[in-house]
Design a protein around this ligand. Structure first.
Ligand code: ATP
Ligand code: MG
Length: 157
């Protein structure tokens, strides 16, 4: 099926909004225009985005969560930026492993099973996208889903 990323974004943001507001966090969406459709399983993508948003809310105490849908000539980007506790650079390669959680004490405090990101990574691969993360301790974390623009098909008929 062809997926409208703006619709997916709205759906997942709607589902997480109450949780964010309950924690006093603002949740803002920034949707670019003329974003091309992506081919794949929309429900899977929504699940991934929802997991990124749940993480953002879970690991942020103050500030805001911003969701961007944007593009440049190479990629379409779906980005979740939080102002949370951040992840040590040395931990970044591990967070996509099944059941991996940063620090035991922190895991106890925040709950969760450590499966979310491993599933997210798998699903994004199935959608032929990429999942990137960058983070600064005490400042926040950015997760970025990238989809390569499809080459324009030559009409050979
Ligand atoms: P689950 O998603 O299964 O409920 P989880 O959130 O702990 O549990 P993942 O979503 O796989 O598991 O995330 C793995 C670990 O990466 C988390 O335990 C957390 O330590 C860290 N992490 C993920 N997202 C963020 C974030 N936005 N800010 C800070 N740390 C994060
Ligand atoms: Mg999670």
């Amino acid at each position: 099926e062809w997926i409208d990323l703006a619709e997916i974004t709205d759906n997942s943001v709607r589902k997480i909004k109450l949780k964010a507001n309950d924690k006093g966090l603002q949740l803002k969406t920034h949707l670019g225009d003329h974003i091309p459709l992506i081919y794949g399983d929309g429900l899977r993508l929504e699940q991934v985005l929802l997991n990124l948003l749940e993480n953002a809310v879970r690991y942020t105490e103050t500030g805001e969560i911003n969701v961007y849908l944007s593009q440049d000539p190479s990629f379409v980007y779906l980005t979740v930026v939080d102002t949370g506790i951040g992840i040590l650079e040395s931990e970044l390669p591990n967070i996509f492993e099944r059941f991996y959680r940063v620090e035991k004490s922190r895991s106890r405090q925040y709950g969760g099973t450590g499966l979310g990101l491993s599933i997210a990574k798998k699903f994004i691969e199935l959608l032929e996208g990429e999942l990137h993360v960058s983070s600064v301790i005490g400042v926040g974390t950015k997760f970025e889903i990238r989809f390569k623009h499809k080459e324009k098909q030559e009409d050979t008929r």
